[in-house]
Design a binder for this molecule. Sequence first.
Ligand code: HEC
Ligand code: HEC
Ligand code: HEC
Ligand code: HEC
Length: 496
Amino acid sequence: MSMRRIGAWVASMMLAAAPALAHAAASSEQQQGMTIFQHGGHGIQACVSCHGSQARGGMGPRLAGLGRAYIIRQLHDFSSDTRHNRAMETEVKHLDATSMRQVATWIATLKPHRSSQSPRIKSSISKLITEGDWSRSIPACIDCHAGTLMGDSDEIPALAGQQHGYIAKRLRWFKALKTPFGPPARIMSNVASQLSDQEITDLAKALSSLNGTTVSSLKKEYSGDLTRHTGIKESKKISPSPGAALPISKPLAEAIQHGEQIFMNTPVQARAYVGKNSRLSCVHCHLNRGRLATAAPMWAAAIRYPLYRKKNHRVNTLAMRIQGCFRYSLNGAPPPPNSNTMVDLIAYIHWLGSGQVMGSQPIAHGFPPIAKAAQRPDKLRGADLFRMRCALCHGLNGQGKVRDKKVLFPPLWGAHSFNWGAGLHRVDKAAAFIKANMPYGAGNSLNTQDAWDIAAFVESHPRPEDPRFTGNIAETTRRFHPHRDVDFYATSHPQE
Ligand code: HEC
Ligand code: HEC
Ligand code: HEC
Ligand code: HEC
């Protein structure tokens, strides 16, 4: 990334992050934006002439449904020579930063038209959309573009119902992009570079035929198929693919499926055991439904327990280990071993692990170890990096994003996140997790020092109390957080 390009990216971030406007100012900004949009002026051609009266598309793509921050970023990209299109480059020559903000504010208020087409989509394409293909490091499109594929109304664009020629063109462009000019483009170009030309054509057709409702019916088609789970790099595949050859009774199959649902949406499916304010689900830390080799995979856990853990000085069964994640990571109350919640989770985890030898060494477990940082982790450096690499999804305030009542991007600190006793609260664990898995869709793209600095920043924020808190900070730290006292990044730690 050249300095000029970095400069352009930072400038567009600052535009997008301009402080929230007072209500009156915001509505006058909207008014002015509407005038530009409908009438142009000062050398600006009215946007309606190409994007249609309600921004539903014409010669140019649909803009209704895009978020303000995303629109500002694109206008800035056209004007800083990073995104090319003759019509738009001419247009933005006459737009200064203020009019870009105004017109973006107006467009962001427009609602897209929802078509009533009934899409017919190949199952391999539905699968890319709703599950991704992790053997090529492609997360599901819905993981970032939201479950309805209508975007996050902020930074990530809506896809459902967009013109198919435009989607295909953009995917080809991201695929060919050699030096992405900013973190968002880098994330999307990682995804697109893995798609074949045929997939791009098929995805574009599929996405343009979808609307918010039809996406959820696509999802139904997939949930509950018990033979499709692989999702580990071919070279590392455990053999046979999990669960494929198991003779499964109907009640067991139902338990496995319910276990998967709990895993994917824990606060709803296991409400009694999740902290009142927690928004986290198992999948937020154990990616790809608990199958990703670099995010403490469940197929490994299935053959690792019982195991002695220094964290509680005793031999732990798998159920006890799961209870630990409920207590600390979900800030809740552990489900009893015989509860349906625990039984179904264990059914799911064992099913993922089937085909391996019990007690043998799994090909991976936990997070890949991270090397020591050259310099002591610095949360101020981490704060800058966080703004550049993480805020896109988790927000500048780290609170993530909720869309259509579902957590799209999870909170990293504060009342809705994991508590002080959680494994991820340790800076070394967080650094290892972040290095291998974040930014989502671009794992392993941070260098070691950056991962440590960002982890130090994330862990410097308040979060719920450790349930083991003795009433005395020094004593609690000594007993349960020894790694916070010592030079925590330099040594390995007593806790498992
Ligand atoms: C002469 C036609 C024309 C006019 C006028 C025009 N646009 Fe565009 N616009 C386009 C085309 C074509 C594209 C698609 C560019 C591409 O393929 O990358 C586009 C793309 C965009 C995008 C990117 C959309 C996305 O999903 O990434 C935004 C934002 C945008 N225009 C905003 C505007 C605004 C705001 C105005 C008025 C100030 C405007 N446009 C006026 C033709 C036009
Ligand atoms: C890890 C997150 C992530 C995933 C997964 C993802 N995207 Fe994106 N996508 C983005 C981001 C971020 C952008 C905005 C890029 C920019 O601003 O330059 C984007 C932009 C796009 C655009 C441009 C839209 C426009 O209006 O110009 C298309 C098309 C797109 N994505 C398609 C897909 C498809 C298809 C999939 C699934 C195969 C997918 N994306 C998966 C993050 C993601
Ligand atoms: C906030 C993040 C987070 C959430 C949410 C979370 N976990 Fe964990 N989990 C971890 C961390 C960190 C580890 C320890 C990884 C390591 O060994 O380094 C772990 C380990 C585990 C292990 C043991 C893995 C092994 O190989 O030893 C199991 C089993 C497990 N979690 C199950 C769950 C289940 C089930 C849920 C949902 C009820 C859940 N976790 C929610 C962070 C989380
Ligand atoms: C493109 C969007 C995106 C970006 C950028 C991104 N994340 Fe995430 N992050 C996610 C998603 C999605 C999950 C949950 C994974 C899942 O549901 O499969 C997640 C999960 C996490 C978690 C575990 C869950 C929790 O709430 O604690 C941490 C920690 C985390 N991200 C940190 C980061 C850090 C640090 C960065 C910047 C280096 C970053 N992320 C950048 C999308 C993103």
